[in-house]
Design a protein around this ligand. Sequence first.
Ligand SMILES: [Zn+2]
Length: 77
Amino acid sequence: MGCRVVRQKGQMLRIVRRPDGSVSVDATGSAPGRGAYVCGAACARLARGRFARALRAPGVDYAEIVAAVEAAVGDGT
Ligand SMILES: [Zn+2]
């Protein structure tokens, strides 16, 4: 979603807006809700400004989501 590079789904990290409206990194890749995919921390930083629209979840602090992605994949990708 950030860099538009197409990768295999298994290499992507899913960000999910759950039915209760909360947004988090989906470690399982199959949580219910609306999802957006990023392929790494840099990708998440690029996508940060687009998460609200992609997930239809404005008002969420996406800096936290980016930080969670960085924690999950490491900062180098
Ligand atoms: Zn990417």
